[in-house]
Design a protein around this ligand. Structure first.
Ligand code: NDP
Ligand SMILES: Nc1nc(O)c(N)c(N[C@@H]2O[C@H](COP(=O)(O)O)[C@@H](O)[C@H]2O)n1
Length: 221
C-alpha cells in the first residue's frame, strides 16, 4: 500500500480557521492537481472531523478523469473512506450518497443503531480497534479489499495519527497566500504532537502554483 497525504494550508500552517469551517486555500491549478491525484487513487480518506466540518463529497470533478478511470476498468470515482470510531457520520452526509463506494472505518464501540442508520448498498463498515479506530488494522483491511493507492485529505488529527503509526509514505502540501492565525485553528498535524523523535521528511519537489507553493516530501520508513 502507498499512502499520500495531501492538504492545503495557509502560510502559517492552518488548515482552517478557529471556526473549523472549510476555507478555500488552493487556487484553480491546485484544485485540478488534487482532482488528478484523486483519480490516480483507489481510495480517498478523511477523518470524521472533516466530514462534520466540511461535508465533503470526495468525487472527481473533471468528467475526462472519470472517463479515463472507466476506460481503465476502474470505478468512475475512487472509493471514499471515513475514519469514524463511533459512526458519527451524519446520515445525510454527501460522503454516504450512492455516487461512489464508501468505507466507514469504525471501532467496536460504534453503536449498532448508528451502523443500521448508515447502512446502504454503497457503504461497507470495517471494524478495527476498541474505543478508537486502529489505523494499522483498518488500513490492512482496506488493502485486503484491493486498495493499494491511498490519498488522505485530512484533517489534522487524522494526519498526525497516520504519521505516528508510520503509515504515510508521501506528503504534499499546498501553501497558500493567507495568514489565518488562532491557537485553536486546525493545523497540518494536530493530535498530541511529537516531543522527540520527530518524523524526518525528505524534500522531493518545490513548485510555484497559483499564488502559493506546492511542497512534496517523502517520509522515512
Ligand atoms: N485545508 C485542507 O486541506 C483541509 C482542511 N480540513 C479542515 O480540518 C478540520 C477538521 O480536522 P480535524 O478536526 O483534525 O478532524 P479529522 O478530519 O482529522 O478527524 C479527526 C477525527 O477522526 C476520528 N478518528 C478515529 N480514529 C482516529 C485515529 N486513530 N486517529 C485520529 N483520529 C481518529 C476521531 O473522531 P472519533 O473519535 O469520533 O472517531 C477524530 O476526532 C476542518 O476545519 C476542515 O475544514 C480538513 C481536510 C483538509
Ligand atoms: N486541496 C484543498 N484545498 C483547499 O483549499 C481545501 N479547502 C481543501 N479541502 C479538502 O477538500 C475537501 C472537499 O472536497 P469536495 O470538494 O467536497 O470533494 C474537504 O473536505 C477537505 O478535505 N483541499
Amino acid at each position: 500500500m502507498h499512502v499520500v497525504v495531501n492538504a492545503a494550508m495557509s502560510a502559517d500552517g492552518k488548515l482552517s480557521s478557529r471556526r473549523r469551517e472549510q476555507i478555500t486555500i488552493s487556487g484553480p491549478e491546485d484544485f485540478a492537481r488534487v482532482d488528478r491525484l484523486r483519480a490516480r487513487s483507489d481510495a480517498v480518506v478523511v477523518g470524521v472531523g472533516t466530514v462534520l466540518a466540511d461535508d465533503p463529497h470526495l468525487t472527481l470533478d473533471d468528467p475526462e478523469l472519470r472517463e479515463q478511470r472507466l476506460e481503465a476498468g476502474k470505478s468512475e470515482h475512487p472509493a471514499r473512506v471515513v475514519v469514524d470510531s463511533n459512526a458519527r457520520t451524519p446520515t445525510d452526509a454527501r460522503i454516504v450518497d450512492d455516487a461512489a463506494a464508501t468505507y466507514l472505518l469504525v471501532s467496536e464501540s460504534a453503536r449498532f443503531d448508528r451502523r443500521a442508520e448508515l447502512a446502504r448498498p454503497s457503504v461497507e463498515f470495517v471494524t478495527a480497534g476498541e474505543g478508537r479506530v486502529d489505523l494499522l488494522r483498518a488500513f490492512a483491511s482496506l488493502q485486503e479489499r484491493g486498495i493499494e493507492e491511498v490519498m488522505v485529505e485530512g484533517g489534522g488529527e487524522l494526519i498526525f495519527s497516520l504519521v505516528e503509526s508510520g503509515l504515510v509514505d508521501e506528503l504534499s502540501v499546498f501553501v497558500g497566500p493567507q495568514l489565518v492565525g488562532g491557537r485553536d485553528a486546525p493545523t497540518l498535524a494536530d493530535g498530541d504532537g511529537f516531543v522527540e523523535n520527530f518524523p524526518e521528511l525528505t524534500l522531493e519537489d518545490v513548485e510555484r502554483m497559483d499564488d502559493g507553493v506546492l511542497l512534496r516530501w517523502t517520509l522515512a520508513e
